[in-house]
Design a protein around this ligand. Structure first.
Ligand SMILES: [Fe+2]
Length: 316
C-alpha cells in the first residue's frame, strides 16, 4: 500500500508466515464493528475470566467453547496445563497489567496470582498496526493462534485468524477441530454476498448479531457466561453489541485497561505523526516481528520481562 518509494524492502517476519504451509491454518470472517474496538478486544486480557469462562471453571478449569482436542497435554516445567490456566483465571479475576514497549508495538502482560510463590502471566503482543497473538503455546508441540484485524470501512473489519505450530505439521484431526468453529476460528458462510459493502463473498459468521449468536439459554443458565458456542463468537458478540462505533466519551477506563490506553496512544500518535509527514518506523523493523505470546507461571521474585524473554521469541 502507498507510494512505491516508501514501501519497506522486507515484509514483517511473522512466525506464522515463515513455517511450512502444513504447519498453519488461516480463516477469515467479517466482523460488524469499528476496527479499534475489534483490536482492543484482541489485546484485552481481563475479559477471559468472564466472557470465556464456565460457571464451574474454578473447579474444572474448562474454558467455555473450547474443543477437547485443543487442550494441551499435561503441564511441564513452568508451563501450566490448559486446565490449570483456566482455574487460575477463574480464581483471580483481577489481573494487574504491565506494558513492555517493543519495536513492533508492545507486549501487554497480565498478572494473576498462582499459589503462594508464583504469578501466572498472560502476555499478548500487539504488533502494529493490527495483529494480536493470543496468549498460549509454550508447551512442547503446542500451537499458537492470533488475529489480523483489517478495516473494511468504519463499521466493518476483516478478521483473519491464524493458528500455527512452530515445530510440527498440524494433524488432520486438529485441523478439522479448528475448522469446526468451536475455538478461535469461526464458522462462516463463505458465499453470502454483501452488496452494501461492495464485496461478493462476505464470509459472514453463522452465529451473528441477527440471530443473537444462537445463544443457548439453558447453557447460559447452568454452565457458561454467554451460552454462545465458539470463543471468537463470544468475543464478537461483545465487540459488536457495544454499537458499531462505541461511544467512547461514556467510558471510564481503569487499571485493567492499560493495554487499551497504550494502543490508543500508539495509533493516535502514529496518525498525528503522519499528518506532519512523519512515516511510522514499524515497517522498517521486520525482524522485530519475530515474536510469540506467552501463558506461563513465573516465580514472584522474577520480573516478567526476564522470566518471559525466551518464551516470547519466535524461533521458526
Ligand atoms: Fe476473548
Amino acid at each position: 500500500m502507498g507510494p512505491a518509494e516508501l514501501m519497506p524492502p522486507e515484509l514483517p517476519q511473522f512466525e506464522w508466515a515463515r513455517v511450512d504451509a502444513g504447519q498453519r491454518i488461516a480463516t477469515k470472517r467479517l466482523q460488524s464493528s469499528n476496527w479499534a474496538q475489534a483490536v482492543e478486544g484482541g489485546i484485552d486480557s481481563s475479559h477471559v475470566s468472564f466472557l470465556h469462562s464456565s460457571l464451574n471453571q474454578a473447579q474444572t478449569g474448562m474454558i467455555a467453547g473450547v474443543p477437547q482436542q485443543a487442550v494441551a497435554p499435561g503441564s511441564s516445567g513452568s508451563n501450566p496445563s490448559f486446565a490449570q490456566q483456566g482455574r487460575t483465571m477463574a480464581i483471580d479475576k483481577s489481573p494487574r497489567f504491565w506494558i513492555g514497549h517493543r519495536d513492533f508495538g508492545f507486549l501487554a502482560a497480565a498478572r494473576r496470582n498462582a499459589g503462594e510463590d508464583q504469578y501466572y502471566w498472560r502476555i499478548t503482543p500487539y504488533l502494529a498496526p493490527w495483529y494480536t497473538i493470543i496468549p498460549g503455546g509454550g508447551q512442547e508441540g503446542s500451537s499458537l493462534s492470533g488475529h489480523a484485524w483489517v478495516p473494511v470501512d468504519d463499521e466493518h473489519v476483516w478478521t483473519f485468524t491464524f493458528t500455527w505450530n512452530p515445530t510440527r505439521p498440524i494433524t488432520d484431526e486438529e485441523r478439522a477441530t479448528h475448522l469446526k468453529g468451536f475455538g478461535v476460528h469461526t464458522e462462516v458462510d463463505k458465499d453470502l454476498p454483501r452488496w452494501d459493502l461492495k464485496i461478493s463473498n462476505s464470509y459472514s459468521p453463522i452465529r451473528n448479531m441477527n440471530n443473537n449468536y444462537m445463544v443457548d439459554y439453558e447453557e447460559r443458565r447452568k454452565r457458561t457466561f454467554t451460552g454462545i458456542k465458539g470463543i471468537s463468537e463470544q468475543d464478537m458478540s461483545i465487540q459488536e453489541s457495544m454499537w458499531p462505533i462505541v461511544p467512547r466519551w461514556k467510558e471510564h477506563l481503569g487499571t485493567t485497561d492499560k493495554a487499551i490506553i497504550e494502543f490508543r496512544k500508539l495509533v493516535m500518535g502514529m496518525a498525528r505523526d503522519l499528518l506532519e509527514g512523519n512515516e511510522p518506523e514499524f515497517p522498517h523493523t521486520p525482524d522485530a516481528y519475530k515474536v510469540r505470546s506467552a501463558a506461563i507461571t513465573i516465580d514472584r521474585s522474577v520480573p516478567w520481562e526476564d522470566g518471559s524473554a525466551e518464551v516470547v521469541k519466535a524461533r521458526a
